[in-house]
Design a protein around this ligand. Structure first.
Ligand SMILES: *Cc1c(COP(=O)(O)O)cnc(C)c1O
Length: 391
């Protein structure tokens, strides 16, 4: 066998620098309360915005789909893996998003790697927000296009970069997250699109944290009333929708083109029937019941107002993603451990996920939380913050 000692050396380095990621095992369904390492704790870590991951209608739809369609897809979409159910979900999502067509992928990550490489390649340019998600970055790298980062959420810098590169490339594509997952701020879509339209740059928005949250659940494009102006809308079915999968929403010829070109569509097996059915049920719940989205926002406003009232810094958030800014990574880690001992599960996020000195606890509010849950969390957070000299 080859010498693999570099792996142990790297593991030792990660541990000594406090960057080693210990994965906790969950022993229950995703909900407001979950079992972690055998302990029942209040969950502030999941992307289960609307409580759909363990919703009775969503679970029942998945169970029924297994009875009707079986467990595994047994093929890629382009050979024998496309079920009528996938087409139904795609039509439903297109209607939900107010676009002509949609393509469902195995995950949000795959939605990015399905879309970016067929759209741009060598000799083309990508203008990418500096804080874009890792799956966007990987999709960009796979494409072979030249990646030009622009300052976070700055239409002004985007335009500067576009002008500086005028005439030096073939096609150009601007990509931004809709909602940024670590800070909870919303991309300034109207001004970004305006710049792109002026310079004939294609536009792509990854709305993984906007769907189910903004625009009465339809996402950030609906939030800004920009329907029909984004070339490629990416989404995930693994967060607010409560199952797992990804989606690309666009004009019909775009989706037709991606079905010929997207490598995860051609070379990786289809999303399972259970997931497709769960997603359909998730869309149903969001479309027919305004309750979960309203509760999510009521919870987020209540919780964030109280946190600020305690003197805590919730950063730039405009959504239910709620960072508690703490500064140094070791401080955030100690804070997270102390909270866990008090029965509150909230992750510390440090470098390299966020900049040095910007470490935080990232708390995720859900419609699954009750007011009592939030009050309990606030009481424990206040206690730990006092003990750690944060307030
Ligand atoms: C979570 C996330 C993804 C990945 O979605 P999965 O369905 O979990 O693969 C992609 N893009 C962004 C912006 C995300 O936040």
């Amino acid at each position: 066998m080859a010498d693999l000692s570099f792996m142990q050396a790297e593991l030792d380095r990660l541990k000594s620098e406090g960057l080693y990621n210990s994965v906790r095992a969950i022993g229950s369904p995703q909900d407001a309360w979950i079992v972690v390492n055998g302990e029942r704790v209040l969950n502030f870590c999941s992307n289960n915005y609307l409580g759909l991951a363990n919703h009775p209608k969503v679970k029942k739809a998945a169970q029924d789909a297994i009875e009707k369609w079986g467990a595994g897809p047994a093929a890629v979409r382009s050979i024998a893996g496309t079920l009528e159910l996938h087409l139904e979900l795609e039509q439903r999502l297109a209607k939900f998003k107010g676009v002509e067509a949609a393509l469902v992928t195995q995950s949000g990550f795959q939605a990015n790697t399905s879309t970016i490489p067929p759209v741009v390649g060598k000799g083309d340019l990508i203008f990418s927000d500096r804080l874009n998600h890792a799956s966007i970055i990987d999709g960009c790298r796979l494409s072979g296009a030249t990646i030009i980062p622009f300052e976070h959420a700055s239409a002004e810098d985007l335009e500067k970069q576009i002008k500086a590169n005028a005439g030096k490339y073939g096609k150009a594509l601007m990509i931004t997250d809709g909602v940024f997952s670590m800070d909870g701020d919303i991309a300034p879509l109207p001004s970004l699109l305006e710049v792109c339209e002026r310079h004939s740059v294609m536009t792509m928005v990854d709305d993984a944290h906007g769907e189910g949250v903004l625009g009465v659940g339809k996402g950030c494009v609906a939030h800004f009333q920009l329907e029909g102006r984004v070339d490629f809308e990416i989404g995930t079915l693994s967060k607010a929708f409560g199952a797992v999968g990804g989606v690309v929403a666009a004009k019909a010829p775009v989706i037709d083109y991606l079905k010929q070109k997207a490598r995860p569509f051609l070379f990786s097996s289809a999303m399972t029937a259970a997931d497709a059915a769960a997603c359909l049920a998730g869309v149903d719940v969001i479309e027919n019941d305004a309750g979960p989205v309203k509760k999510l926002w009521d919870n987020a406003r209540y919780y964030q107002e109280k946190l600020r009232g305690l003197g805590l810094d919730t950063g730039l958030t405009q959504t239910p993603i709620t960072p508690i800014m703490l500064g140094e990574a070791d401080k955030a880690q100690a804070f997270s451990r102390a909270l866990f001992e008090e029965g509150i599960f909230a992750m510390a996020i440090g470098f390299p996920t966020v900049a040095k000195g910007k470490a935080r606890i990232r708390t995720m509010v859900s419609a699954a939380h009750s007011r009592e849950d939030l009050d309990l969390a606030l009481e424990k957070i206040a206690g730990v913050a006092k003990k750690h000299g944060v307030i």
